[in-house]
Design a protein around this ligand. Structure first.
Ligand code: MG
Length: 401
């Protein structure tokens, strides 16, 4: 009976989730700023008992899901189009798993089927479910029913009490041999039977349904209240993973130089002098972003003594700084910058500058603020000898990091 082969995790995010208001399918709804399915994929990616991942999403969302998972996982992921019902998506996923490594014997292979609506499958739960399925061929995690249960009476009277000791709630991941699951789901498709979970498919195939303890934290998101509870669980982690950075830059002004901010010319003459485009806004933002993720300074990453960076445009360096942050596991939440200068006026150009910065950072313009501050004749900025810029950036650690 024992199954020694590789384990594939099949995460189901193709359902519409009609009890959750909103237009996007449930598995793609955001939790802590990320699609629900990412949380499950990351949990399986971290578990060393899982070898590869399959994600089923509605056909219209395959490309988005592929894009959203890129660079986040260490294990191979295949994104597939799910079906109309859960059982259709499972069958597509099982067939995809079957096509992986075809020379290997199907008998030893396990599939862990998981609903993306459960974003917190912990490593112990995944491990004990896989271990039990290795030994017995199947494992379904269950938790006790803690509320009193009453079977309602269609006539409108009070119904009758049910002994809750005999009841269990079934969770996912439900892990079983690939051949058994295929048997059950194929038979279900042929006979037109409704299969709500892998336990039902195993029963239909006449295979044993083995129970293992589930986990109370592995709850299912069905209503807006469940989503709010999940946000509440992730909130402290979010705060710990939130980092702020600060950057400054200043340049002398020189007659005849263009004044460039984020690649946009705000004045043809009397711009900042320096190597490349001497863009104080982009340079201050680069330092703020690098500072937030503990990555040092613009001079360390892009030294002007290096021929690669000597002529680099500020906006290009900003895009590169955002990639440094992303590779370190951070996403930029928002940036705010102040340019201290008396002329030219910044406000006519602010919208275009914000749009360009937003593009370089891969965030929306609403999350970019750029403003000018007059120096009222004080300091080098007020006497027209130079310009300075101060910037802050807020970064958040992505769920995988
Ligand atoms: Mg500079």
């Amino acid at each position: 009976m024992s199954a020694e082969g590789p384990v594939t995790a099949l995460v189901l995010a193709a359902g519409l989730g009609t009890r959750l208001p909103g237009s996007s399918p449930k598995g793609l709804r955001l939790l802590a700023g990320e699609p629900l399915f990412i949380h499950s994929l990351l949990a399986f990616d971290r578990c060393d008992r899982i070898e590869r991942l399959i994600l089923a999403v509605p056909v219209a969302h395959v490309a988005t899901a592929q894009q959203g998972s890129r660079g986040r996982l260490t294990k191979p992921l295949e994104v597939i189009a799910g079906g109309e019902r859960r059982q259709d998506s499972v069958l597509f996923g099982l067939q995809t798993a079957l096509n992986h490594d075809p020379p290997r014997s199907i008998r030893g292979r396990l599939v862990a089927v998981h609903d993306a609506a459960r974003p917190f499958p912990d490593a112990e739960l995944i491990s004990r479910t896989v271990e039990m399925a290795r030994d017995k061929g199947s494992a379904i995690p269950v938790v006790p029913v803690t509320d009193t249960v009453r079977q309602i009476d269609p006539t409108g009277t009070g119904g009758r009490l049910v002994d809750r000791e005999t009841l269990r709630f079934a969770q996912t991941p439900q892990v079983a041999r690939l051949d058994w699951l295929l048997e059950g789901y194929r038979r279900g498709a042929a006979e037109g039977s409704a299969l709500t979970d892998e336990g039902a498919a195993l029963e239909l195939a006449g295979r044993p349904v083995v129970l293992v303890p589930g986990s109370p934290s592995n709850f299912k998101i069905t209503t807006p209240a469940d989503l709010a509870a999940a946000e509440g669980i992730l909130q402290p982690q979010l705060l710990l993973g939130t980092c702020i950075g600060y950057g400054e830059d200043r340049h002398p002004l020189e007659e005849g130089r263009p004044f460039i901010l984020a690649g946009w010319v705000i004045d043809e003459r009397n711009g900042p002098s320096g190597h490349s485009d001497a863009d104080p806004l982009s340079h201050a933002l680069v330092d703020a972003i690098l500072g937030a993720c503990g990555e040092g300074t613009i001079g360390e990453h892009f030294p002007d003594t290096d021929v690669r960076w000597a002529g680099a445009a500020g906006l290009d360096l900003l895009g590169r700084a955002a990639r440094v942050a992303s590779e370190k596991g951070f996403a930029v939440v928002n940036v705010d910058a102040v340019l201290i200068l008396d002329s030219p006026r910044l406000s006519p150009h602010a919208a275009e500058i914000r749009r360009r910065i937003a593009g370089a950072l891969g965030i929306s313009s609403e999350r970019v603020s750029v403003k000018g501050k007059r120096s009222e004749g004080l300091g080098f900025e007020g006497t027209g000898r130079g310009v300075s810029c101060r910037a802050v950036a807020l970064l958040v650690r992505k769920a995988s990091a």
